[in-house]
Write a protein that binds this ligand. Structure first.
Ligand SMILES: NC(=O)c1ccc[n+]([C@@H]2O[C@H](COP(=O)([O-])OP(=O)(O)OC[C@H]3O[C@@H](n4cnc5c(N)ncnc54)[C@H](OP(=O)(O)O)[C@@H]3O)[C@@H](O)[C@H]2O)c1
Length: 330
């Protein structure tokens, strides 16, 4: 009758370490009338959690003593709601814990076509929806576009690269290390992948985009945003989505000179995936056939057991994950 949970133990200094988290055992929650008791099956680990810890995320903050928040695919164990029955899989904010209690309105049924169900947290979940909203709805990527995507083997990046490729665009990726770059070319179908640890990025961008970048999906911020903005083609689009290069830092980085965007007559948009929640079903409907036909793939950076979550999250924040970071609970 125990609920194992992971709390933030202390604020990290820079990149988080495992000592910043602690495991606690609490009593398993007991549902009241109409509540739904869920057992966590898969937990999604995402960079926004670092921003919640820093108190800089629009979804709110997490402090020492708080259970870490997170989206999960969970199994309904007891239900006081006619909308859900025991055994059903649901998507919810279950958090870094074995058990969670919800009102029915906080739960969404996992589409039975999403297999394995953990993909409801990745390719056909939040990271996929982010990629679709950025590349399809905001940038309007189409055949012939030359697209640059950093962190291209990660959750959002890999989904974005595949969506662009299926629309006939040419994608150049960036990734950390030769193994990730090989995967990007061979499995995700990008035309070329720049190893951000080993190559001269500005020189490679100039070489690979002789006529400029049509679409830049900014998942990292920092110097790359400036380098990509400087090389935009006329009417280029920049989708500002994430700041991987600065989440571990106390100071915010300065941006590129606006002249780069004026010269290109660029369209620069900010993306918050929560704004697209009411279009999630439309996105799943569009992508499910491609998943079922094997045209879309998801590499998961999977670890097992709740106790593996702090180490997996620290690896993510060091940029060492290879694929969407998921924790499978027993
Ligand atoms: N705006 C929104 O609504 C929204 C929604 C979801 C995600 N996001 C953002 O999208 C980005 C990608 O998220 P994700 O969940 O898919 O993560 P992810 O790509 O699976 O993991 C992050 C990756 O970023 C790369 N990276 C690049 N520069 C880095 C640096 N300086 N330090 C550490 N890592 C670095 C690393 O890959 P390489 O080593 O291979 O480069 C790392 O594996 C994040 O910025 C996230 O906050 C935004």
């Amino acid at each position: 009758m125990v609920n194992r949970q992971i709390q933030l133990a202390q604020y990290p200094d820079g990149i988080p370490t495992e000592q910043d988290f602690r495991m606690v055992d609490s009593p398993r929650p007991v549902p009241e009338a109409e509540q739904v008791l869920c057992r966590t099956r898969w937990l999604s680990l995402d960079p926004y959690m670092r921003s919640q810890i820093a108190g800089r995320h629009l979804s709110g903050s997490v402090g020492p003593g708080d259970v870490m928040r997170g989206e999960t695919v969970s199994e309904v164990v007891e239900s006081g709601s006619p909308a859900f029955k025991a055994g059903e899989l649901v998507r919810c904010m279950g958090g870094w814990q074995q058990w969670s209690l919800h009102d029915a309105g906080e739960l969404s049924a996992v589409h039975p076509g999403i297999q394995p169900p953990s993909y409801a947290l990745s390719l056909l979940g939040m990271t996929g929806l982010t990629a679709w909203a950025g590349m399809v709805w905001q940038a309007g990527v189409q055949a012939g576009d030359r697209v640059l995507i950093p962190a291209v083997t990660g959750g959002v990046g890999a989904a974005a690269a595949q969506f662009c490729r299926l629309r006939g665009a040419a994608v150049i990726g960036l990734a950390g290390g030769p193994e990730k770059c090989r995967h990007a070319v061979q499995e995700l179908g990008v035309s070329a992948c720049i190893d951000r640890h080993a190559e001269d990025i500005p020189a490679r961008l100039s070489e690979l985009f002789p006529d400029g970048i049509d679409v830049y999906f900014d998942l990292v911020g920092g110097e790359l945003l400036t380098q990509a903005s400087e090389r935009l083609a006329l009417h280029g689009r920049v989708v500002l989505c994430g700041l991987m290069s600065e989440y571990n830092q106390a100071q915010r980085a300065p941006g590129p000179p606006p002249g780069f965007w004026i010269r290109a007559r660029a369209v620069v948009t900010g993306l918050v995936v929560y704004d697209y929640e009411d279009r999630r079903e439309e996105f799943v409907r569009q992508c499910l056939p491609d998943l079922e036909a094997g045209r879309l793939r998801q590499r998961e950076d999977l670890s097992h057991g709740l106790d593996s979550a702090p180490a997996a999250f620290c690896r993510l924040m060091r940029g060492e994950n290879f694929g969407k970071v998921i924790v499978a609970l027993d």
